[in-house]
Design a protein around this ligand. Structure first.
Ligand code: ADP
Length: 194
């Protein structure tokens, strides 16, 4: 198995690049943002609880997200590997993920961190908000999300850097160029499907 974390602030292009990576390497995509939005739209208990945080640009409590991820990892029986997108977002989540994978006799192999200047992030997210219909893509909530990122999520980079798994990648170049750089890193571990 090959397990990848795609790391980076809101708007850094994790969703777009995940799609590309999934196509090329056939990894099982796990996006906590997508999973949470699905819970919200189905109006589950978890979704109703999560929405309160999401609408304010705050992180959903660790135990909620970790429980949800645990179920998803168990569901995917013979995956070639996972790509985690938007998770882990706190040190507690990173430690929980290590434990969950250890239980499955596997581990995180590589963490690719997309880096984009803050002014570009805000611009991208505001633009996306016009078409996405996402309730958290307005300027006030975007600012809160970015603040939450630097406060709680950025330290996770340190966690993986200590494990010597972190590679930083410039994320403000054209999508294709960034994808090529990400691919060069992944190819050291896993060959493309086609
Ligand atoms: P983005 O990275 O563009 O902000 P996501 O779609 O990844 O968006 O997440 C949207 C919202 O969902 C976050 O602002 C947060 O409230 C919640 N969320 C997603 N993933 C996590 C996570 N791993 N831990 C806590 N909250 C999360």
């Amino acid at each position: 198995m090959f397990n990848l974390v795609l790391f980076g602030p809101p708007g850094s292009g994790k969703g777009t690049q995940s799609e590309n990576i999934v196509k090329k390497y056939q990894l099982q995509h796990i996006s906590t943002g997508d999973l949470l939005r699905d819970e919200v739209s189905r109006q589950t208990t978890l979704g109703t609880e999560a929405k309160k945080y999401m609408d304010q640009g705050m992180l959903v409590p660790d135990e909620v997200v970790i429980g949800m991820i645990s179920v998803k990892i168990d569901e995917a029986q013979d995956a070639r590997g996972f790509i985690f997108d938007g998770f882990p977002r706190t040190r507690t989540q990173a430690e929980a993920l290590d434990k969950l994978l250890e239980f499955k006799n596997t581990k995180i192999d590589l963490v690719l961190a997309l880096e984009v200047p803050e002014k570009d992030l805000i611009e991208r997210l505001v633009k996306r908000g016009i078409t996405s219909g996402r309730s958290d893509d307005n300027e006030e909530v975007i600012t809160a999300r970015i603040k939450e990122y630097y406060l709680k999520t950025e330290p996770v980079a340190q966690y993986y850097s200590h494990q010597e798994k972190l590679e930083r990648v410039e994320g403000h170049r054209p999508i294709e160029d960034t994808f090529n750089v990400l691919g060069k890193h992944i190819n050291k571990y896993l060959l493309p499907i086609a």
